[in-house]
Design a protein around this ligand. Structure first.
Ligand code: FES
Length: 446
């Protein structure tokens, strides 16, 4: 156990004794009543990610986050702070803006009321005609709490929600060594999926599916269950930390080039110097840590500066309850999120933001979810329909694409009379834990 997990008292995410045993029933994935309970007890109370701080560097730059039937504007102020307002005109309720943009003031398209960056009404036609008195300077957009962490802008609709850093605990401490706000978003997708949003959190709460669904992974991220750390925390967050080295039980056939050899060579380590496959995997992984520690500065890997030996060679795949997952890889930061469809609990939107830490002198990066990409911020989000994979052909064969291919089958299975509850191995403890924390929110225990 490394210092991070010891310091922040993780529960054992592989120990079912940490569970009550709440069943994971199929109706949770298709019932409209259950989805309404989620809105009432969860979505209207948690902290949401509106976007990246890098999207709104200048005063007047704003994000629009539309979540189910609600919409929120997060706008950069003159003093550099960010404030959040409901995207609803105080005159008659019009939704004012559809997309993130930059404006000195937001003008409602219906009757032309103009709202300043600070949310205060600056102009209303025929101000003298209001029996209540001219509303300009008096009326404001309704404000929400807004904060930042990790280069992300967060807001909550609940005035009584705990502070963001408490809500995220212990993530800010665990990941303080990563310069998260420097990560560049090199691929940005929002993909419509025919599955309930919880499929995504379930999927990212276990690695049990990897050997079957992602056979390309074990040669470079160790999938042996006993070499991973499975951790979870009382607020529902959790992670699986796996060494980024070959699994000893997943050998590639003789003669097939091994991806770990290329990784070693990249850091001046000769793979042929190892006496055996096991030696290359285990000693090579230790040598890789030492080489990165020795060479990071001259190679321009400036993001390694404060990262520890685990962080420069391992994969902590981290779920932030309830719907955000971040893979904190040595050179990539991958943000995954699922959000429910506003009407249909059997659909969701899956967000994929592939981010890479800039390396001095490099103009491209290897994004492990989207392939090689120019190392620069993409300007716009690609809105796609998964459509059996036809909607995102450029991601075919990628890990995340393989996950999405499973979504509809899982959704269909939830309707079967043959399914009553999940039957889980210890390493999937976090899947049930997620549902139990969700139940706590829905039943007023949080
Ligand atoms: Fe916005 Fe009338 S609804 S100005």
């Amino acid at each position: 156990m490394n210092e991070n997990s010891a310091s922040f008292a993780a529960l054992d995410g592989r120990d079912p004794a940490n569970l009550r045993g709440d069943p994971i029933t199929g109706d949770r994935y298709y019932s409209k009543e259950f989805a309404q309970k989620e809105w009432d007890g969860l979505w209207s109370r948690i902290w949401h990610v509106a976007g990246r701080t890098a999207e709104i560097p200048e005063p007047g730059d704003f994000l629009v986050h539309t979540f189910m039937k609600e919409s929120v504007i997060c706008i950069r102020q003159d003093d550099g702070s960010i404030r959040a307002f409901y995207n609803s005109c105080r005159h008659r309720g019009m939704r004012m803006v559809a997309e993130s943009s930059s404006l000195e003031a937001i003008t409602c398209p219906y009757h032309g009321w103009k709202w300043g960056k600070d949310g205060v009404l600056q102009f209303a036609q025929d101000g003298h005609d209001f029996p209540q008195g001219d509303p300009c300077g008096k009326l404001s957009l309704k404000e929400l709490r807004c904060d930042t962490w990790g280069g992300f802008v967060w807001y909550t609709m609940d005035p009584k929600a705990e502070p963001l850093l408490d809500y995220l605990d212990p993530m800010p401490q665990l990941y303080k060594n990563y310069p998260m706000d420097t990560a560049v978003r090199v691929a940005w997708y929002r993909i419509a999926l025919n599955a309930n949003w919880k499929f995504v959190t379930d999927n990212f709460s276990e690695s049990y599916h990897t050997r079957t669904a992602h056979p390309q992974v074990p040669p470079w991220i160790d999938q042996d269950v006993d070499t991973a750390r499975h951790e979870m925390w009382p607020r529902g967050h959790g992670r699986t930390v796996q060494p980024m080295r070959p699994s000893l039980s997943d050998r590639l056939p003789e003669g097939v080039p091994h991806p770990f050899e290329a990784i070693l060579q990249q850091w001046d380590i000769d793979p042929s110097s190892y006496a055996s496959y096991e030696d290359m995997a285990m000693q090579g992984w230790l040598d890789l840590k030492a080489a990165k520690r020795r060479l990071w500065q001259e190679r321009g890997y400036v993001h390694y500066k404060d990262m520890d030996d685990e962080q420069i060679t391992d994969s902590p795949h981290t779920v932030i309850f309830p719907n955000v997952t971040i893979s904190f890889l040595p050179d990539n930061l991958i943000f995954f999120r699922s959000e429910p469809h506003p009407e249909d609990p059997e659909k969701c939107f899956f967000d994929l933001w592939c981010m890479a830490f800039p390396v001095e002198g490099q103009e491209t990066c290897q994004s492990i979810m989207a392939g090689e990409k120019p190392l620069r911020e993409v300007e716009t989000c690609e809105h796609r329909d998964f459509d059996g994979g036809r909607g995102i052909p450029e991601l075919a064969g990628q890990i995340v694409y393989q996950d999405m291919e499973l979504a509809e089958g899982m959704q269909a299975g939830m309707h079967s009379k043959g399914y009553e509850d999940a039957y889980l191995p210890a390493q999937e403890t976090r899947v049930r834990f997620f549902h139990e924390v969700l139940n706590d929110w829905l039943e007023g225990r949080r």
